[in-house]
Design a protein around this ligand. Sequence first.
Ligand code: ZN
Length: 338
Amino acid sequence: MEASRVIYIAGDGRSGGTLLGQILDGLSDSVYVGELRNIWHEGFEQNEPCGCGERFRHCEFWRAVVEKAFGSFERLDARAMLNMHRSLARERYIPMLMLLNRVPAELLGSKLPRAYEDALSRLYRAICQVAGKSVVVDSSREVSQALVLARIPGIDLRVLHLVRDSRAVAFSNSRRKPQFRGDNASQHRKPVLTSSASSTLAFDEDGTTRILPRQGAVTSALVWTWRNASASGIPHLRRRRKIPYARLRYEDLVRDPREAIGRALDELELGRPDLSMIDGTYVKLGVNHAISGNPVKFNSGGVDLRIDDEWRRAMRERDRRTVTLITSQLMRRYGYTI
Ligand SMILES: [Zn+2]
């Protein structure tokens, strides 16, 4: 059986991964599913809203996928899947996964890795079949999950490393951000938004609004460094485990999405796709079925991409200096001027 192709968006959060996923969803042969590593908890257990506005268990797309992959919602033990996920795809296992291609449970003779990998293989295959597409775009970000996926024979993994200026990420992390409204996510669907719109979404403190977690400047800079450095390690894996890899800067994506995406997919050995739905910085986004992610996932329609650089004006000088100091080495490597 042919392996399911997966474009895995790796890197830090608040870097435009949801927007990138939405744009890639518009390609003729790919389907964007959000952060699939969260499907067990946020989808199966919490029944959180899908990108289409419906709750996960009420979304027709996910119902069809789950039925194809596992028979029905009831037949899958989501708690067991979540536990397996948590015991295998941990960020702290990245060095071990990179060096030995193993997780600790395996060294202890556990059968868990096999069972988990089998379930993931079925899940991705079902997504391709239900969507009628051959490429799944997964914006899970965490490199540990990518390294677990890379071990699965039924998955043909390509890693798209998305990077954004560490100061912009830290500034975004310092602010309160609503993820969705618990009562009715679909009210967030709006026809036209810019790439920076997520930071201006209105919300009230009525107890139903979930807030994406906030981080201080030091934590944000350290997390940024860890996540980007580990993603940058992927092209250095030994030859027999080569994973196609491309790095894309958020700033380049927003400035010239056609060129940036075309080049990245080419580097991922997927060929130059038809990007006629992108006109300059104007992109048409369709309705998606994303798990987790930024609330911009609820937006469809035309979007004029604009760079979100509010941090240049509004970030505290002290935070800016701290983040620059901690991240300067990698920032330079990625071509940012400091
Ligand atoms: Zn949906």
